[in-house]
Design a binder for this molecule. Structure first.
Ligand code: PMP
Length: 408
């Protein structure tokens, strides 16, 4: 397959064409936080608001029908993107955080009891820790943590040891947002399923880098955010296996999630509406579908290949920086590179990178327990996208060298 034409691709992203920082062209390496949007997504949002903005699932009128069709078509697009068996296995949420809260709350209310265990990992984002802590506290269940080694890889022997009949769900991230570790999720799912334990995958940092086929991988739940995969903010996906979703009670009550309501009793709607109370983010869903279609058009395989080359190049190039220390050195990685230089505070380094037009993220990246484990206050994180170039990586390395020289 021909390589990715990155120069052409960058033309699809107006912000990359227009944005300057302190008069310098923007070098955007904060894609793990959020991605830029291609023109086709922006056009889709505008077309919706100027052409057929209307509430869904309600009106008999033409516009409402049109909006409903587009919203439901977006669900089919998202379902096809992850190869879900049924489109009603795709619930539209506000994002990864909302998706995980839905499962923690709804699954937890039904299936967790005192003494049960929820198993997460040491590298989880706060959004895959706190919702579980909340439901565990409510139910008297226990949160247990799969440990990692110094390279930032899960200790799979420990995982196997922790799996017992007390564990009611395993919730782990596919890719670490801080270290870029790609976890052996297939192995995790196989081992959990051998004990009839369901698995939730936080795919917030995986969906934009790795092709996910839920029928092949077999997660019971999978969560991701639209804004990290070139779509709008405010929209996300919870994929859940039909059998589980049917057994779970609604997360929120309101319009759309009901069949009939009397003051005495409410009959809940069927999937997926049971989990979509209130007016959904119609434009967000349609915009997300436009982003997913755009990625398909560019070619997921090409994107993946290019990103692998780019991260390999970036790791090699950064390795040359005197005093650099990588936080996370997993054999299998994607997306993010976290590092420190000497004992320079990550915030100081990040600030001097910003002054050179380079956007990175500094801090704990919503993984405070992971920072505690490494005994560091935070890291500098460069997170890559297929619209980044090899020249931008060179700029990053030069800028890190310059900044470090000033701060040493
Ligand atoms: N999980 C991971 C691994 C993430 O990287 C993020 C976003 N930083 C989230 C969950 C939360 O996503 P959101 O803020 O879009 O809900």
């Amino acid at each position: 397959a021909p390589a990715l034409d990155v120069a052409r691709i960058r033309k699809d992203f107006p912000l990359l064409q227009q944005a300057t920082v302190y008069g310098l062209p923007l070098v955007y390496f904060d894609n793990g936080a959020t991605t830029q949007k291609p023109q086709v997504v922006l056009d889709t949002l505008e077309q919706y608001y100027t052409g057929y903005n209307s509430n869904v699932h309600r009106g008999v009128h033409h516009l409402s029908q049109k909006a409903t069709d587009a919203y439901e078509e977006a669900r089919k697009t998202a379902a096809a993107y992850i190869n879900a068996q049924y489109s009603h296995e795709v619930i539209f949420t506000k994002g990864t955080t909302d998706s995980i809260n839905l499962v923690a709350s709804s699954f937890g209310r039904t299936f967790l009891q005192a003494g049960d265990v929820v198993l997460i990992s040491a590298m989880e984002h706060h959004s895959n820790i706190v919702p579980w802590q909340m439901i565990c506290e409510e139910k008297g269940a226990e949160l247990k943590v799969i440990p990692i080694n110094e390279r930032g890889e899960l200790l799979m022997d420990e995982f196997s040891r922790l799996l017992n009949e007390r564990v009611k769900i395993v919730a782990v991230t596919y890719v670490s947002n801080t270290m870029g570790t790609v976890n052996p999720v297939k192995d995790i799912i196989t081992q959990a399923h051998a004990r009839n334990i369901p698995v939730l995958l936080d795919a917030a940092q995986a969906i934009q880098h790795i092709t996910i086929d839920v029928q092949d991988l077999q997660p019971d739940f999978l969560a991701f955010s639209g804004h990290k995969i070139y779509g709008p903010t405010g929209i996300g996906v919870l994929y859940g296996k039909e059998a589980w979703l049917n057994k779970m009670p609604p997360y929120q009550g309101g319009g759309d999630m009901i069949k009939t309501v009397t003051f005495a009793k409410t009959i809940y709607n069927e999937l997926p509406y049971k989990f979509e109370a209130g007016t959904p983010d119609v434009s967000g869903a349609i915009g997300l579908a436009a982003a997913l279609n755009y990625l398909q058009q560019v070619g997921l395989e090409k994107i993946q290949q290019y990103e692998e080359q780019l991260i390999e190049y970036a790791l090699q190039a950064l390795q040359q920086v005197p005093g650099i220390r990588f936080i996370g050195q997993a054999a299998h990685r994607s997306g993010a590179i976290s590092f420190l230089v000497d004992d320079i505070h990550p915030y100081d380094l990040g600030e001097l990178l910003d002054k050179q037009g380079i956007a990175v993220r500094t801090g704990h990246h919503c993984t405070e327990p992971l920072m505690d484990l490494f005994k560091i206050p935070g890291t500098v994180r460069a997170s890559l996208s297929f619209y980044n170039t090899f020249e931008e990586v060179d700029k990053l390395v030069a800028a890190v060298n310059r900044a470090a020289a000033m701060l040493r």
